[in-house]
Design a protein around this ligand. Sequence first.
Ligand code: BTN
Length: 237
Amino acid sequence: FEIEYHDAIPSTNARARELAGEGATDVVVLADEQTGGRGRLDRTWHSPSGGIWLSVLFRPDVPMAGTPVFTLAAAVAVTRAAREAGVEAVIKWPNDVLVEVDGEERKLVGILTEMEGEADRVSWVVVGIGINANVDPDDLPSEADAMSLSAIRGEPVDRRRFTQRVLETFDTVGTDPEAILDEWREYASTLGREVRIDTPDGEVVGEAVDIEYPGSLVVDTGEERVTVAAGDCDHLR
Ligand code: BTN
């Protein structure tokens, strides 16, 4: 990957999309600070200096329906790097990277994947990853359940090394998606738990028993096994 670095930029995802429109590929846009960071559901994403705000642009040979695995890969990559840095992060389906502080689950990372193309083959994918790395707790949004790596460790992480470790995963995701799923299972806090998932087709309640390619959760409702492709997930216990 070629890296394009910015001290400050409105949004690395917006910049990566712009590059995609110009025909680029295999580019990482990285910024110390975002002035207009965007989250899912059109929310703003608070991105002060000290975090790791990055977007990976690539053109994988997969259908639209296969893209959730890239979002899982991002969650796996960051969780692995966080654990190497001494922070016991876990993944909540599909891609929340959390850490438990005083019995509460707090969010370390946000992931926003965008793509364009045809149903049978994407043209490009942008995986945007926002990591609360060396962010002072006073700079975290107070209304959100956010937490930073440095606040937990009591010292900063090496952002350059952390970013490199995260990007290494994107070299293998295209070739070995099953390995991503296996590592996801290892880090998941959702598997084995009672969950309630709000899906476009209604609510699914039961025990989360597995994840399936390209990222669907398998839920045992007691009567049947349901495969849920997308939805908002709550851990019941
Ligand atoms: C979420 O809502 O949880 C997803 C947040 C994604 C934030 C990252 S930071 C880097 C990239 N650029 C953006 O504007 N958003 C993503």
